[in-house]
Design a binder for this molecule. Structure first.
Ligand code: KG4
Ligand code: ZN
Length: 341
């Protein structure tokens, strides 16, 4: 128990710079979002077809101060209006993480408030809680982003069991790589999502690796299957390829997530991470939850992709349970989700 365990109305500034989004937000008690500013670097990286780490960290340096200032102004916060500053310390790109972590520590020192180190994966889990504070636990969370694909059983605040994760590519990575191959640009997820609406999801029967066994995922074979199919059938319509690829990914994700929810006796199924913005995935999860009598928790699309409101929400929980983080906590590009099993 920390000194903050019973404090109400905690106003926390969250800072997120783990990859290519520079974000800052002010959130009260992990419930009320006073502001959430996200500056995407997509245009800077698009011509390279993916995130260039060196460009990302330099852009964070330029963007972070105006983004923080914007979040404070939008929230109507002046000098002594904050109770803590939380920042993502990992996982992510080391150069990018360091920009946000250094800024957060400096601001915490200047303002004389605690610094809270936040795990980016835990922050994604808190995106669902932020919008559904009464979320009934235990809940199975399907966390699908550009860097991670995992099924997590959230038993309580801070109590996670990682049921399974990808053994190769993350789901978002598969979207990005297939989109690049199809010439749809970067980031690939939204482009495939959009194009798939004009295609037939059953046009091509792409493989569903490991769909009916265990909780781990594998997407690299699917990516290769797409490449091989298009090379063999150059006349195939790109919309049909996009729709059939997306169908294969969504089928595997939803089949495993609902099986996990059933087998662990969860009350609900939540989505988190950038791929959770996918239209088809959201629709399928809603259908599955209705059929299985589960609560579906789908954060709004802007809360699925990287943002700092989820960081502030996770910081609130860590501050209440453990208190401030020491200022010598470093950034850790390979930080894992704390697992109680
Ligand atoms: O969570 P996120 O913003 O950053 C990471 O922590 O990785 O996730 C980014 C990933 C990218 O791979 C992007 O292509 C994917 O999420 N994504 C989508 C959609 N929107 C973003 N994938 C499928 N459909 C979408 N609508
Ligand atoms: Zn993320």
């Amino acid at each position: 128990m920390s000194d903050y365990a019973d404090r109400e109305g905690l106003r926390i500034l969250g800072i997120e710079t783990s990859c290519d989004d520079t974000a800052a937000a002010v959130v009260v008690d992990a419930r009320e979002v006073l502001s959430s500013v996200v500056s995407s670097q997509v245009d800077l990286h698009a011509r390279f077809g993916g995130v260039v780490p060196e460009i990302a960290s330099r852009a964070h340096v330029e963007l972070l101060v105006p983004v923080i200032a914007g979040a404070l102004v939008e929230a109507g916060i002046t000098d002594d209006g904050l109770d803590a500053v939380g920042a993502t310390v990992g996982p992510g790109l080391i150069g990018s993480l360091l920009v946000g972590v250094s800024a957060a520590k400096a601001l915490a020192l200047v303002w004389g408030v605690p610094f809270v180190a936040v795990n980016h994966l835990e922050a994604h889990l808190y995106a669902a809680l932020l919008e559904e504070p009464e979320l009934e636990l235990p809940v199975v969370v399907l966390l699908v982003s550009g860097g991670h694909t995992m099924l997590v059983l959230m038993e309580g605040h801070g109590r996670y069991r990682v049921l399974g994760s990808t053994i190769d590519d993350a789901a978002g990575e598969a979207f990005d790589k297939v989109a690049r191959f199809l010439g749809l640009g970067y980031p690939g997820g939204p482009a495939i999502d959009h194009l798939a609406m004009q295609g037939a999801p059953d046009a091509i029967a792409f493989p569903r690796a490991m769909r009916d066994e265990g909780y781990d995922f594998s997407f690299s074979g699917l990516k290769t299957a797409v490449v091989n199919h298009v090379r063999k059938h150059p006349e195939v319509g790109t919309a049909d390829v996009a729709a059939s690829f997306q169908e294969a990914v969504v089928d595997v994700l939803v089949t495993k997530a609902r099986r996990a929810a059933r087998e662990v006796g969860a009350r609900g199924l939540a989505l988190a991470g950038g791929v959770a913005a996918n239209s088809q995935l959201r629709e399928r999860v809603l259908d599955a939850c209705e059929e299985d009598g589960l609560h579906a928790f789908l954060p709004s699309r802007s809360m699925c992709t990287d943002n700092a409101a989820m960081v502030a929400a996770a910081a609130w929980w860590r501050l209440r349970s453990e208190g401030p983080s020491p200022l010598d906590v470093g950034a850790d590009p390979n930080l894992r989700l704390p697992d109680v099993s």
